[in-house]
Write a protein that binds this ligand. Structure first.
Ligand SMILES: Cc1ncc(COP(=O)(O)O)c(C=O)c1O
Length: 355
């Protein structure tokens, strides 16, 4: 399927890998030797290339900088003790990326080029994949508008890049979140479902206010009533209430369709745990905390993996949640996902691709 895709590869002369301290990786600060690049112009994609990771020069009128046509994805490659290398559900990332492309009026990326680009890049920089317990190689595909033009219209030219970054844990500890009822991440009919840069820019200010108060993340609510829970900054949100896995449904176009969340739901189904994807009101969550039926609250995402939430701040009050050691489902599913991603257990779902 990939044989006919030619990638022009220009390798680095000297790898930078010896300068990397695998035991002390800060998330998103280190970059592997190579990157993949492909330009779109005159209605078609150009030749895919892999080249040394380096600065790119841009025109001051680059349209992505002014009008925000910029989207991205995030996935990871894993390595186990036997040095086997795995990707987790990359097919889902390209499907979501192309959905973002459509919403942002950008050209879609051929799936086979994406897959071959990711695999070739990972194979080339495989030494950069940490094999520490919590390490992985974060893969960042992104696409942005490159017309050199001032004026609002969809760009005619684009650049697609994939680079990779060896990472440790995003959160090293369970986190505290603040329910956001003033600011809005996404409105119905807007671009909340797309993984587009502006969504993250819009979240920075309210997130900063919450961080100043000691909360690592926000828990976003709907943009109309601020009564229904949507998702958290870089992750979807799940609860266990009366032994049922409860999570806000993706029916509204305001929530990112998370691949980790979908995987957690499918695993829960396979373990015959009851799952409810539906509207989740703030009122229900507060009542469930108060009457003790809510036993787990956790975030799910590629970067964050499974992160336990131990405090929910709502209306100025801190609700202390069940401590992680008393939780049953989220630690178990987190461990299982980790084993799955590193090829340590059978993969009944067919999610893991061995390189
Ligand atoms: C806003 C938002 N929600 C949810 C997620 C989780 O999605 P996934 O599990 O596909 O990484 C992410 C991360 O990509 C995100 O940025």
């Amino acid at each position: 399927m990939f044989e006919d895709i030619f990638i022009d590869i220009n390798k680095v002369e000297n790898s930078r890998i010896n300068s990397l301290d695998f035991e002390n990786l800060n998330f998103g600060r280190e970059f592997s030797d190579h990157m993949f690049m492909m330009d779109y112009a005159n209605g078609k994609w150009g030749i895919p290339k892999i080249l040394p990771f380096e600065n790119i020069s841009i025109h001051p009128a680059l349209s992505a900088l002014h009008y925000g046509q910029s989207i991205f994805e995030g996935l990871k490659a894993y390595r186990n003790k036997k040095n086997d290398i795995f990707l987790f559900r990359p097919d889902k990332n390209i499907i979501r990326m192309n959905e973002s492309c459509k919403r942002m009026c950008m050209p879609t990326i051929p799936e086979n080029i994406f897959m071959k680009g990711v695999k070739t890049l990972i194979a080339l920089d495989k030494e950069w994949i940490p094999n520490t317990a919590d390490g992985s190689l974060y893969i960042r595909p992104y696409l942005f508008a490159t017309d050199e033009y001032v004026g609002i219209k969809p760009s005619d030219s684009y650049k697609f890049i994939i680079f990779t970054s060896p990472v440790g844990e995003y959160y090293t500890e369970p986190i505290k979140v603040k329910l956001e009822t003033k600011y809005t991440r996404a409105a119905k009919g807007g671009v909340g479902r797309a993984k587009t840069a502006g969504n993250y820019a819009a979240s920075l200010y309210p997130a900063k206010l919450a961080q100043e108060q000691g909360y690592q993340q926000l828990l976003w609510t709907d943009g109309v009533y601020h009564k229904y829970i949507e998702e958290s900054g870089t992750m979807n949100i799940c609860f266990v209430i009366d032994d049922v896995l409860v999570t806000p449904s993706e029916e509204s176009d305001t929530i990112l369709k998370g691949i980790t969340k979908r995987s957690v739901i499918e695993i829960a189904n396979s373990w015959e745990m009851k799952v409810e994807e539906r509207k989740v009101s703030v009122k229900e969550i507060i009542e469930s905390i108060e009457n003790g039926s809510l036993t787990e609250m956790f975030g799910v995402g590629t970067a964050a993996t499974i992160v336990e939430i131990i405090v929910l701040n709502a209306d100025g009050k801190d609700y202390e949640l069940n401590p992680p050691e008393k939780r049953k489902f989220s630690p178990k599913v987190g461990k299982y996902l980790n084993n799955l991603k590193k090829g340590r257990v059978d993969d009944p779902f067919g999610w893991v691709i061995k390189l």
